[in-house]
Design a protein around this ligand. Sequence first.
Ligand SMILES: N[C@@H](CCC(=O)N[C@@H](CS)C(=O)NCC(=O)O)C(=O)O
Length: 402
Amino acid sequence: MPTSSFLGSQLIHPPPFTTATRRHHYPTVTMSLNPNTNPITALTNLLWGKSLPPNLLISTARTAWSAGWHLMMSQLAPSNPSTGGYSRPASQFRRPTTTTQNLHLYVGLPCPWAHRTLIVRALKGLETAIPVSIAGAGEDGSWQFKDTNYIPTVIPENSNQDDYLVPGPDKANRCKTLKEVYNLRRGGYNGRSTVPMLWDCDRNEIVCNESYDIIEMFNSGLNWISSNPGLDLSPPPLKKRIDEWKKIIYPNINNGVYRCGFAQTQEAYDVAVNELFTTLDMVDEHCRYLCGDTLTLADVCLFTTLIRFDLVYNVLFKCTKKKMIEYPNLNGYMQDIYQIPKVAATCNLGAIMDGYYKILFPLNPGSIRPVVPSACEHDMLTRPHNRESMSSVVKDVDMLVL
Ligand SMILES: N[C@@H](CCC(=O)N[C@@H](CS)C(=O)NCC(=O)O)C(=O)O
């Protein structure tokens, strides 16, 4: 008598498999024989009819899923073993120095770190001097170069189709993946192949793969090839203040949203989410820009997280305490920066959503992309923000350190 199934004999004891008993004890079997029924539905109908699966199966599935989840998470987002908190790997190529004119930038559109470099590149007028290749996320989450059907949210002025910020081929090295590009350097590479990455085409070498170092270099180190050399996003009198903001914004907001989304324990999440919203509440009280009336690198860094907040982090990373739209000043601040000429063209809202919801499998196994919140649509982001008249009184940042 066939008494067990793959679930183990203690779970299920079906009667002998005759047509008569089957019909008598398991009326749903008739459905399971229907060739149009999904095989999994057919099997579950056969095993436990319309009731919930047996407890043991549920707890076994939970244990197996949880182990698999931790395994995948530890690959995706390394964590501190004692706290379960996300610990971002350090970039290996820092403090760029190069004299070449032949630079190439690698980015991915969903990435907030890469987005910083696209904004500063655009504001400084480095588009022609530093061409860009845009990778898309592959099924396994790695960066790959492939044509896609993304359309830009905003078509940049005076541009032809080649300049649109949409994923496409590797224009510098003709590689298929970003990992291949990293490996082209003499000596190879065994770290994570992250974006942004600045490539020296003369020496076949990585110049830098740390976003903040790249934007500092774009801001002041390449004025000889920039078409807007007069713009300084880190003027000497504001440097100290920018650095202070960086120390607050990076751990608590920029990386803070990742610390929420990638936390592997409740405790790690609680700490991260508390620090995130305490910092957002504090930043919300600030004036026009973080350092006064002038846009600086600190604002660029904050903006790329804020523009993704309601689209992605609020939902996928469980940054749920408030939405950006509930922060009147910060929301206006975000619109203000979005409306600076050339910035909107660096924001591909569709690519941002897909990059997170479709690719971060352990956080969204069904890969379903939620609908765009109406406040995040381009038309809403371009509404008047009325911030031009805001006070320029700069509050003291020192007292704000958490
Ligand atoms: N510290 C780096 C972080 C860059 C980073 O983590 N980029 C992510 C995309 S948002 C990435 O490329 N991840 C691929 C990986 O970790 O394998 C920076 O600011 O440039």
